[in-house]
Design a protein around this ligand. Sequence first.
Ligand code: F6R
Length: 243
Amino acid sequence: MNLIETVSYEEMSIKAAEIIFEKVKNKPASTLGLATGGTPLGTYRELINIYNKERTSFQHLSTINLDEYVGLADDHPQSYHMYMHEHLFKYLDIPASQTHLPDGLAKDLDGECARYDKLIEQLGGVDLQLLGIGQNGHIGFNEPGTLFNTRTHVETLTESTRKANARYFSNQSDVPTHAITMGIQSIFQSREILLLASGIKKAEAIRRLIEGDVTEDFPASILKNHANLTVIADREALSKSTI
Ligand code: F6R
């Protein structure tokens, strides 16, 4: 594991954006695996800044997101489709046909999961996967107890995850109960993984990631076995770890 400590969320975001930009510069037709949530917001902002400053093009890039809520339409304000559009895609020149998220409204959810796995394969696999981490160690929406060999599947969200995500909805009962998520195996197969963590709320999860055992009770722990994992964490997120 390559661990980078930063003093702040801003520095974490700048470093992450630089790594992503370098990747795209070196391989313009990369497939980027993307995440949503609070953590990558600054990274996306910085990536847009570099993109504008360098007057570059991302037209050959493909993106594949980790997850989407079941039951939310693409244009629902809290859907991850909308999040990606608002925070990243509308600022870049990636053709819409090259940006991919699971379809939360698919009638045949198992069929949608199979389509998504096939798509990852067709894209040649993920070159760089960006990840946040849940306080309970979830990655994507793979909650504790999810088998390490899972591909894209429908996950029942834990109450703690629904509570953490309730801040984006008018009330907690509006938070969907299920999500389609890339599985742990699908994530692990990425050629490179960049996991970000910021703030005291993530300190225990980061401690467990760095110091704990590899166990399905803590999904992110499998990443320790990945040959090309970079963790960028700020001081607060690292405050409970002995490094
Ligand atoms: C988002 C995702 C989740 C988040 C995690 C942390 O696509 O898959 O695993 O990365 O819940 O969320 P934040 O960044 O809001 O703390």
